[in-house]
Design a protein around this ligand. Structure first.
Ligand SMILES: Cc1cc2nc3c(=O)[nH]c(=O)nc-3n(C[C@H](O)[C@H](O)[C@H](O)COP(=O)(O)OP(=O)(O)OC[C@H]3O[C@@H](n4cnc5c(N)ncnc54)[C@H](O)[C@@H]3O)c2cc1C
Length: 357
Protein backbone atom coordinates (compact mmCIF):
# COMPACT_ATOMS: atom_id res chain seq x y z
CA UNK A 1 0.00 0.00 0.00
CA UNK A 2 1.38 3.44 -0.93
CA UNK A 3 1.32 5.93 1.92
CA UNK A 4 -0.34 9.31 1.37
CA UNK A 5 2.17 12.20 1.46
CA UNK A 6 1.59 15.44 3.41
CA UNK A 7 3.70 18.45 4.38
CA UNK A 8 2.54 18.50 7.99
CA UNK A 9 0.50 16.05 10.03
CA UNK A 10 -1.02 17.28 13.25
CA UNK A 11 -2.04 14.79 15.91
CA UNK A 12 -5.12 15.99 17.82
CA UNK A 13 -8.01 18.25 16.80
CA UNK A 14 -8.28 20.20 20.03
CA UNK A 15 -7.59 23.92 20.26
CA UNK A 16 -3.82 23.44 19.94
CA UNK A 17 -3.92 21.17 16.90
CA UNK A 18 -6.53 23.12 14.97
CA UNK A 19 -4.93 26.48 15.83
CA UNK A 20 -1.60 25.13 14.58
CA UNK A 21 -3.25 23.99 11.35
CA UNK A 22 -5.00 27.35 10.93
CA UNK A 23 -1.81 29.36 11.55
CA UNK A 24 0.20 27.21 9.14
CA UNK A 25 -2.54 27.60 6.54
CA UNK A 26 -2.50 31.38 6.95
CA UNK A 27 1.27 31.43 6.54
CA UNK A 28 1.32 29.21 3.46
CA UNK A 29 -1.98 28.27 1.82
CA UNK A 30 -0.26 25.73 -0.43
CA UNK A 31 0.85 23.51 2.47
CA UNK A 32 -0.77 20.07 2.55
CA UNK A 33 -1.88 19.75 6.15
CA UNK A 34 -3.73 16.83 7.73
CA UNK A 35 -5.17 16.78 11.25
CA UNK A 36 -5.69 13.30 12.73
CA UNK A 37 -8.10 13.08 15.65
CA UNK A 38 -8.78 9.95 17.69
CA UNK A 39 -12.29 10.90 18.79
CA UNK A 40 -15.32 11.36 16.57
CA UNK A 41 -15.48 15.07 17.28
CA UNK A 42 -13.18 18.09 17.35
CA UNK A 43 -12.56 20.22 20.45
CA UNK A 44 -10.63 17.88 22.76
CA UNK A 45 -11.00 19.24 26.27
CA UNK A 46 -13.56 21.78 25.12
CA UNK A 47 -16.97 20.25 24.52
CA UNK A 48 -20.38 21.92 24.44
CA UNK A 49 -23.60 19.90 24.72
CA UNK A 50 -27.18 21.01 24.25
CA UNK A 51 -29.20 20.40 27.39
CA UNK A 52 -32.61 21.64 28.52
CA UNK A 53 -32.68 25.11 30.06
CA UNK A 54 -35.41 27.39 31.44
CA UNK A 55 -35.75 29.09 28.06
CA UNK A 56 -35.71 25.86 26.04
CA UNK A 57 -32.47 24.13 25.02
CA UNK A 58 -29.12 25.78 25.55
CA UNK A 59 -25.49 24.88 24.85
CA UNK A 60 -23.43 24.19 27.97
CA UNK A 61 -19.68 23.84 28.27
CA UNK A 62 -18.46 20.67 29.97
CA UNK A 63 -14.74 21.33 29.53
CA UNK A 64 -12.80 24.57 29.20
CA UNK A 65 -15.26 27.44 29.31
CA UNK A 66 -13.83 30.79 30.46
CA UNK A 67 -11.68 33.31 28.67
CA UNK A 68 -10.53 36.72 29.79
CA UNK A 69 -9.59 40.02 28.18
CA UNK A 70 -5.96 39.53 29.16
CA UNK A 71 -5.76 36.24 27.23
CA UNK A 72 -5.07 38.19 24.09
CA UNK A 73 -4.46 35.26 21.73
CA UNK A 74 -7.77 33.53 22.34
CA UNK A 75 -9.62 36.86 22.36
CA UNK A 76 -8.16 37.66 18.94
CA UNK A 77 -9.11 34.21 17.70
CA UNK A 78 -12.69 34.65 18.96
CA UNK A 79 -12.92 37.94 17.07
CA UNK A 80 -11.34 36.51 13.93
CA UNK A 81 -13.82 33.62 13.91
CA UNK A 82 -16.76 36.00 14.35
CA UNK A 83 -17.76 34.63 17.77
CA UNK A 84 -18.96 36.67 20.73
CA UNK A 85 -18.30 36.61 24.46
CA UNK A 86 -20.49 37.59 27.38
CA UNK A 87 -19.55 38.43 30.96
CA UNK A 88 -19.67 35.70 33.55
CA UNK A 89 -22.74 36.35 35.69
CA UNK A 90 -21.35 36.82 39.19
CA UNK A 91 -23.75 38.92 41.19
CA UNK A 92 -26.04 37.65 43.93
CA UNK A 93 -25.64 35.34 46.84
CA UNK A 94 -23.22 32.42 46.67
CA UNK A 95 -23.25 29.38 48.90
CA UNK A 96 -20.24 27.54 50.26
CA UNK A 97 -20.32 24.28 52.20
CA UNK A 98 -16.96 22.77 53.04
CA UNK A 99 -15.63 20.91 56.07
CA UNK A 100 -18.02 17.96 56.19
CA UNK A 101 -21.76 17.51 56.71
CA UNK A 102 -21.79 19.22 60.11
CA UNK A 103 -20.00 22.34 58.90
CA UNK A 104 -21.87 25.63 58.62
CA UNK A 105 -23.30 26.56 55.23
CA UNK A 106 -21.98 30.02 54.42
CA UNK A 107 -23.23 32.59 51.96
CA UNK A 108 -21.33 35.50 50.48
CA UNK A 109 -21.69 38.05 47.71
CA UNK A 110 -18.08 38.91 46.80
CA UNK A 111 -16.24 36.56 44.43
CA UNK A 112 -14.35 34.94 47.30
CA UNK A 113 -16.05 33.69 50.50
CA UNK A 114 -16.15 36.16 53.42
CA UNK A 115 -13.37 35.44 55.89
CA UNK A 116 -12.88 36.35 59.54
CA UNK A 117 -10.35 39.15 60.24
CA UNK A 118 -7.74 36.63 61.40
CA UNK A 119 -8.11 34.49 58.29
CA UNK A 120 -8.12 37.62 56.16
CA UNK A 121 -4.80 38.67 57.71
CA UNK A 122 -3.45 35.18 57.12
CA UNK A 123 -4.63 35.33 53.50
CA UNK A 124 -3.13 38.78 52.98
CA UNK A 125 0.29 37.63 54.15
CA UNK A 126 0.09 34.42 52.16
CA UNK A 127 -0.91 36.29 49.00
CA UNK A 128 1.97 38.68 49.51
CA UNK A 129 4.44 35.81 49.92
CA UNK A 130 3.07 33.91 46.92
CA UNK A 131 3.02 37.02 44.77
CA UNK A 132 6.61 37.83 45.70
CA UNK A 133 7.70 34.32 44.79
CA UNK A 134 5.56 34.31 41.60
CA UNK A 135 7.39 37.46 40.55
CA UNK A 136 10.65 35.49 40.47
CA UNK A 137 9.28 32.71 38.26
CA UNK A 138 10.32 32.44 34.63
CA UNK A 139 6.92 31.68 33.10
CA UNK A 140 8.25 30.49 29.73
CA UNK A 141 10.78 28.17 31.32
CA UNK A 142 10.09 27.60 35.03
CA UNK A 143 13.32 25.65 35.44
CA UNK A 144 15.20 28.92 34.88
CA UNK A 145 13.58 30.34 38.05
CA UNK A 146 16.04 31.00 40.89
CA UNK A 147 15.64 28.15 43.41
CA UNK A 148 13.66 26.17 40.80
CA UNK A 149 14.76 22.82 42.18
CA UNK A 150 13.87 23.78 45.75
CA UNK A 151 10.46 25.18 44.71
CA UNK A 152 9.77 22.14 42.54
CA UNK A 153 10.73 19.71 45.27
CA UNK A 154 7.91 20.94 47.51
CA UNK A 155 4.17 20.70 46.94
CA UNK A 156 1.59 23.44 47.36
CA UNK A 157 0.48 21.51 50.45
CA UNK A 158 3.93 21.56 52.07
CA UNK A 159 4.28 25.29 51.36
CA UNK A 160 0.86 26.06 52.82
CA UNK A 161 1.58 23.95 55.90
CA UNK A 162 4.67 26.08 56.52
CA UNK A 163 3.27 29.50 55.64
CA UNK A 164 -0.45 29.59 56.50
CA UNK A 165 -1.49 29.54 60.17
CA UNK A 166 -5.25 29.14 60.13
CA UNK A 167 -7.02 25.87 59.41
CA UNK A 168 -9.71 27.79 57.51
CA UNK A 169 -7.26 29.29 55.04
CA UNK A 170 -5.63 25.89 54.48
CA UNK A 171 -9.08 24.47 53.76
CA UNK A 172 -9.90 27.30 51.35
CA UNK A 173 -6.64 26.74 49.48
CA UNK A 174 -7.67 23.08 49.14
CA UNK A 175 -11.01 24.15 47.63
CA UNK A 176 -9.24 26.47 45.17
CA UNK A 177 -6.74 23.79 44.23
CA UNK A 178 -9.46 21.24 43.52
CA UNK A 179 -11.65 23.64 41.56
CA UNK A 180 -8.93 25.34 39.49
CA UNK A 181 -6.42 22.51 39.02
CA UNK A 182 -8.56 19.42 39.56
CA UNK A 183 -6.15 18.07 42.16
CA UNK A 184 -5.17 18.22 45.80
CA UNK A 185 -2.47 20.68 46.98
CA UNK A 186 -0.39 17.63 47.91
CA UNK A 187 -0.35 16.48 44.27
CA UNK A 188 0.98 19.69 42.78
CA UNK A 189 4.54 21.00 42.47
CA UNK A 190 4.78 24.38 44.18
CA UNK A 191 6.88 25.67 41.26
CA UNK A 192 4.10 24.69 38.85
CA UNK A 193 1.55 26.45 41.04
CA UNK A 194 3.68 29.63 41.13
CA UNK A 195 4.19 29.54 37.37
CA UNK A 196 0.45 29.09 36.76
CA UNK A 197 -0.41 31.98 39.12
CA UNK A 198 2.25 34.21 37.56
CA UNK A 199 0.88 33.49 34.08
CA UNK A 200 -2.61 34.50 35.21
CA UNK A 201 -1.37 37.79 36.71
CA UNK A 202 -1.50 36.64 40.33
CA UNK A 203 -3.41 34.23 42.48
CA UNK A 204 -6.55 36.36 42.87
CA UNK A 205 -6.64 37.07 39.14
CA UNK A 206 -6.59 33.30 38.63
CA UNK A 207 -9.49 32.75 41.01
CA UNK A 208 -11.84 35.65 40.36
CA UNK A 209 -14.44 36.38 37.69
CA UNK A 210 -14.09 40.17 37.64
CA UNK A 211 -12.65 42.05 34.59
CA UNK A 212 -9.15 40.86 33.71
CA UNK A 213 -9.50 37.70 35.82
CA UNK A 214 -9.53 34.14 34.56
CA UNK A 215 -13.31 33.62 34.76
CA UNK A 216 -14.28 36.92 33.10
CA UNK A 217 -16.09 35.83 29.91
CA UNK A 218 -17.84 32.88 28.35
CA UNK A 219 -18.31 32.30 24.64
CA UNK A 220 -21.84 32.55 23.26
CA UNK A 221 -22.78 29.08 22.06
CA UNK A 222 -19.90 27.36 23.88
CA UNK A 223 -16.14 27.00 23.52
CA UNK A 224 -16.28 23.94 21.25
CA UNK A 225 -17.31 26.31 18.49
CA UNK A 226 -13.73 27.59 18.39
CA UNK A 227 -12.58 24.19 17.17
CA UNK A 228 -15.56 23.73 14.84
CA UNK A 229 -14.91 27.12 13.22
CA UNK A 230 -11.18 26.39 12.98
CA UNK A 231 -11.92 23.04 11.32
CA UNK A 232 -14.07 24.87 8.78
CA UNK A 233 -11.20 27.27 8.01
CA UNK A 234 -8.71 24.43 7.74
CA UNK A 235 -11.23 22.44 5.66
CA UNK A 236 -13.12 19.47 7.12
CA UNK A 237 -11.61 17.29 4.40
CA UNK A 238 -8.23 17.90 6.07
CA UNK A 239 -9.49 16.81 9.50
CA UNK A 240 -9.91 13.05 9.91
CA UNK A 241 -11.97 12.05 12.89
CA UNK A 242 -11.86 8.57 14.43
CA UNK A 243 -8.19 8.34 13.42
CA UNK A 244 -6.16 7.64 16.55
CA UNK A 245 -2.45 7.73 15.78
CA UNK A 246 -0.73 4.59 16.98
CA UNK A 247 2.88 5.12 15.90
CA UNK A 248 5.15 7.81 14.54
CA UNK A 249 8.40 6.77 12.98
CA UNK A 250 10.94 9.27 11.81
CA UNK A 251 13.99 8.92 9.60
CA UNK A 252 16.25 11.45 7.91
CA UNK A 253 13.73 12.18 5.15
CA UNK A 254 10.20 11.42 6.33
CA UNK A 255 8.00 10.89 9.28
CA UNK A 256 5.61 7.96 8.95
CA UNK A 257 2.40 8.29 10.91
CA UNK A 258 0.10 5.31 11.30
CA UNK A 259 -3.43 4.87 12.54
CA UNK A 260 -5.24 1.55 12.76
CA UNK A 261 -6.37 1.90 9.14
CA UNK A 262 -3.91 4.18 7.37
CA UNK A 263 -0.29 5.16 6.96
CA UNK A 264 0.79 8.69 6.06
CA UNK A 265 4.18 10.11 5.10
CA UNK A 266 5.00 13.72 5.93
CA UNK A 267 7.84 16.18 6.36
CA UNK A 268 6.84 17.33 9.84
CA UNK A 269 4.60 16.16 12.65
CA UNK A 270 3.03 18.29 15.37
CA UNK A 271 1.84 16.27 18.36
CA UNK A 272 -0.75 18.13 20.46
CA UNK A 273 -2.17 15.39 22.63
CA UNK A 274 -1.19 15.47 26.31
CA UNK A 275 2.24 13.84 26.86
CA UNK A 276 1.01 10.70 28.60
CA UNK A 277 -1.34 10.02 25.64
CA UNK A 278 1.49 10.75 23.22
CA UNK A 279 3.46 8.13 25.13
CA UNK A 280 0.71 5.60 24.49
CA UNK A 281 0.95 6.15 20.74
CA UNK A 282 4.45 4.73 20.79
CA UNK A 283 3.45 1.24 19.93
CA UNK A 284 0.15 -0.41 19.09
CA UNK A 285 0.92 -3.22 21.50
CA UNK A 286 2.76 -1.69 24.42
CA UNK A 287 3.20 1.66 26.11
CA UNK A 288 6.72 2.79 25.50
CA UNK A 289 8.41 6.08 26.20
CA UNK A 290 7.49 9.38 24.61
CA UNK A 291 11.01 9.20 23.29
CA UNK A 292 9.90 6.52 20.89
CA UNK A 293 6.92 8.34 19.46
CA UNK A 294 8.59 11.69 19.06
CA UNK A 295 11.95 10.63 17.76
CA UNK A 296 12.24 7.01 16.88
CA UNK A 297 15.96 7.22 16.32
CA UNK A 298 17.16 6.14 12.92
CA UNK A 299 20.14 8.43 12.67
CA UNK A 300 20.84 11.93 13.78
CA UNK A 301 17.67 12.93 15.64
CA UNK A 302 18.08 13.95 19.26
CA UNK A 303 16.15 11.97 21.85
CA UNK A 304 14.45 13.17 25.02
CA UNK A 305 16.39 12.58 28.20
CA UNK A 306 15.16 9.55 30.10
CA UNK A 307 14.10 11.87 32.95
CA UNK A 308 11.82 13.84 30.62
CA UNK A 309 10.45 10.66 29.06
CA UNK A 310 9.66 9.33 32.52
CA UNK A 311 7.88 12.53 33.50
CA UNK A 312 5.78 12.44 30.33
CA UNK A 313 4.87 8.80 30.74
CA UNK A 314 4.05 9.00 34.42
CA UNK A 315 2.13 12.26 34.36
CA UNK A 316 -1.59 11.70 34.23
CA UNK A 317 -3.94 14.31 32.79
CA UNK A 318 -4.34 16.49 35.82
CA UNK A 319 -0.60 17.06 36.08
CA UNK A 320 -0.68 19.03 32.85
CA UNK A 321 -2.32 22.38 32.41
CA UNK A 322 -2.09 24.61 29.39
CA UNK A 323 -1.13 28.23 29.93
CA UNK A 324 -3.70 30.43 28.29
CA UNK A 325 -2.43 33.87 29.20
CA UNK A 326 0.69 35.67 30.27
CA UNK A 327 0.51 38.94 32.19
CA UNK A 328 3.45 41.22 32.80
CA UNK A 329 4.29 42.74 36.16
CA UNK A 330 2.31 42.53 39.39
CA UNK A 331 0.08 45.58 39.02
CA UNK A 332 -2.93 43.55 37.87
CA UNK A 333 -3.12 41.32 40.93
CA UNK A 334 -2.39 44.18 43.33
CA UNK A 335 -5.42 46.12 42.18
CA UNK A 336 -7.63 43.03 42.59
CA UNK A 337 -6.08 42.27 45.93
CA UNK A 338 -6.70 45.81 47.21
CA UNK A 339 -10.28 45.79 45.91
CA UNK A 340 -10.86 42.44 47.59
CA UNK A 341 -9.38 43.52 50.93
CA UNK A 342 -11.45 46.73 50.81
CA UNK A 343 -14.66 44.82 50.10
CA UNK A 344 -13.88 42.44 52.98
CA UNK A 345 -13.17 45.30 55.39
CA UNK A 346 -16.44 46.95 54.30
CA UNK A 347 -18.38 43.75 54.89
CA UNK A 348 -16.70 43.35 58.27
CA UNK A 349 -17.47 46.95 59.28
CA UNK A 350 -21.07 46.53 58.17
CA UNK A 351 -21.52 43.32 60.13
CA UNK A 352 -19.60 44.16 63.30
CA UNK A 353 -19.85 47.90 63.63
CA UNK A 354 -23.12 48.51 61.83
CA UNK A 355 -21.91 51.16 59.40
CA UNK A 356 -20.86 51.28 55.75
CA UNK A 357 -18.38 53.49 53.90
C1 LIG B 1 -13.13 20.54 32.98
C2 LIG B 1 -12.15 21.48 32.36
C3 LIG B 1 -12.32 22.85 32.54
C4 LIG B 1 -11.42 23.74 31.97
N1 LIG B 1 -11.64 25.08 32.10
C5 LIG B 1 -10.87 25.96 31.42
C6 LIG B 1 -11.20 27.34 31.39
O1 LIG B 1 -12.20 27.75 31.94
N2 LIG B 1 -10.39 28.19 30.71
C7 LIG B 1 -9.26 27.72 30.06
O2 LIG B 1 -8.55 28.53 29.45
N3 LIG B 1 -8.94 26.40 30.06
C8 LIG B 1 -9.72 25.51 30.70
N4 LIG B 1 -9.45 24.19 30.65
C9 LIG B 1 -8.27 23.75 29.92
C10 LIG B 1 -8.53 23.76 28.40
O3 LIG B 1 -9.75 23.12 28.11
C11 LIG B 1 -7.37 23.02 27.75
O4 LIG B 1 -6.16 23.65 28.11
C12 LIG B 1 -7.45 23.02 26.23
O5 LIG B 1 -8.72 22.65 25.76
C13 LIG B 1 -6.39 22.04 25.73
O6 LIG B 1 -6.41 22.03 24.32
P1 LIG B 1 -5.36 21.14 23.54
O7 LIG B 1 -5.73 21.17 22.12
O8 LIG B 1 -3.97 21.56 23.88
O9 LIG B 1 -5.50 19.67 24.14
P2 LIG B 1 -6.79 18.72 24.04
O10 LIG B 1 -8.03 19.51 24.11
O11 LIG B 1 -6.57 17.65 25.06
O12 LIG B 1 -6.68 18.13 22.58
C14 LIG B 1 -5.90 17.00 22.27
C15 LIG B 1 -6.65 16.17 21.25
O13 LIG B 1 -5.80 15.09 20.88
C16 LIG B 1 -6.62 13.95 20.69
N5 LIG B 1 -5.77 12.76 20.80
C17 LIG B 1 -5.19 12.23 21.89
N6 LIG B 1 -4.44 11.15 21.56
C18 LIG B 1 -4.55 11.03 20.21
C19 LIG B 1 -4.00 10.10 19.26
N7 LIG B 1 -3.21 9.10 19.62
N8 LIG B 1 -4.32 10.27 17.95
C20 LIG B 1 -5.14 11.29 17.55
N9 LIG B 1 -5.70 12.16 18.41
C21 LIG B 1 -5.39 12.04 19.72
C22 LIG B 1 -7.66 14.07 21.81
O14 LIG B 1 -8.81 13.28 21.52
C23 LIG B 1 -7.95 15.56 21.78
O15 LIG B 1 -9.02 15.88 20.90
C24 LIG B 1 -10.31 23.26 31.23
C25 LIG B 1 -10.14 21.88 31.06
C26 LIG B 1 -11.05 21.01 31.61
C27 LIG B 1 -10.86 19.53 31.38
Amino acid sequence: MTAEIWDVIIVGAGLSGLSAAHLLRKRDATLKILVLEGKNRVGGRTVSYEIPAASGADLWDFGGQWVTSTQTHVMELIKELGLEVYSQFNTGKKVLHVGGPTARVRTYTSSIPALSPLVLLDLTLLLWKIDTLSGTVCVHDPLKTPNAVELDSMTLHSYIEQHAWTAELKEQIGVCSRSVFGMEPSQMSFLFFLMYSAAAGGLLALLESTPGCAQEFKIKGGTQQLSKCLAERVGWKNVRLGSAVTTIWQDAEWARVTTNNDTFLCRAVIVTCPPHLAGQCASPTSVESLNEILTHAEGKYPTLSSALSNVANCASMHFHQHISSIFSGSRVWKSHWLKYILSEVRAWARGLLGFDF
